[in-house]
Write a protein of this length. Structure first.
Length: 285
């Protein structure tokens, strides 16, 4: 069975799977066996990373099922709406000869909308899996090209990937958080993924939902005014014409702040030179 298929099956079945009483002893023996083998076989970072990720998921799920204290600790995480929450489902860090990867993977539950939770969690997992595979492949290809050109693998310059999340809104009506992917080679590139969920309906919120029928005009006017203020203050220098801000669309990324107001956000290099970083524009309602 493929790795992704195994994860999907495990996620669907873990709640119904009884936890063996001998689990702690099995874990202890497994750790001892791993330590014994490590001294006899070459260490393979990529394989070790996958094993570590699987182990983290398994231990976390088992802990929720068998340990009230563990479950309570897991519950003491960012709470949204008194019930809905975003929690760290998996976290790991590893490096190979060509890449260095750090992941803090979020998951959503308690919204009262299990289908939405399943959809969002699967989307985030696919995002992370794809980013890790992409970065490792790019790093390996770059190292191979360097070796072919210069006869050796570069000793420095690993391709670094960092994925983490931040809860933005916890007002009891909506869940809003951002997953940020940062790639670092010669410079850093940041890409954000936004998750805004109406806790009453379970639907993904849009700018139209938050700002009303005139959402585009409202957002465009506010953003352009803020851009002019920042340029006048020497805080930013925006691209012009088609390369710059041409107006918000249904696909424009945003999150909700702690008051439930939308903040439109543009990744680096999108509407301004990378030196100005991510550009965020709060939109008053």
């Amino acid at each position: 069975m493929k790795w992704n298929d195994w994860k999907k099956q495990a996620a669907e079945e873990y709640r119904e799977t009884p936890i063996p009483a001998e689990l702690p002893e099995r874990v202890r023996r497994g750790v001892e066996e791993g330590e014994r083998r490590r001294g006899k076989k070459p260490y393979r970072p990529a394989q070790a990373a996958l094993a570590l990720a699987a182990a983290c998921c398994t231990v976390f799920v088992a802990g929720l099922n068998v340990s009230p204290a563990f479950a309570q600790a897991a519950a003491n995480l960012p709470v949204l709406g008194g019930v809905a929450r975003v929690f760290t489902f998996r976290t790991y860090a590893w490096q190979s000869e060509t890449a260095q990867i750090t992941v803090q993977a979020p998951a959503v539950d308690g919204t009262g909308h299990p289908e939405t939770e399943k959809e969002v969690n699967a989307e985030i997992q696919a995002l992370i899996d794809g980013a890790v595979a992409e970065v490792q492949a790019q790093a390996d290809a770059g190292a191979q090209a360097y070796e072919e050109a210069f006869g050796s693998v570069p000793e420095t310059g690993r391709h670094a990937l960092d994925i983490r999340y931040e809860v933005k809104c916890s007002n009891g009506e909506a869940l809003s958080f951002v997953v940020t992917r940062t790639d670092v080679m010669a410079s850093a590139n940041v890409v954000q993924y936004f998750y805004n969920i109406d806790l009453e309906t379970g639907e993904r919120l849009t700018l139209a939902d938050v700002l009303g029928p005139d959402w585009k005009e409202t957002a465009d006017e506010s953003i352009r005014a803020q851009m002019a203020e920042r340029e006048a203050a020497g805080e930013a220098d925006y691209f012009e014409g088609d390369l710059g801000f041409t107006g918000v669309t249904e696909d424009t990324g945003f999150y909700l702040d702690e008051n439930g107001d939308p903040v439109v956000s543009f990744d680096k290099y999108t509407i301004a030179p990378g030196a100005y970083g991510v550009q965020e524009f709060p939109i008053a309602r």
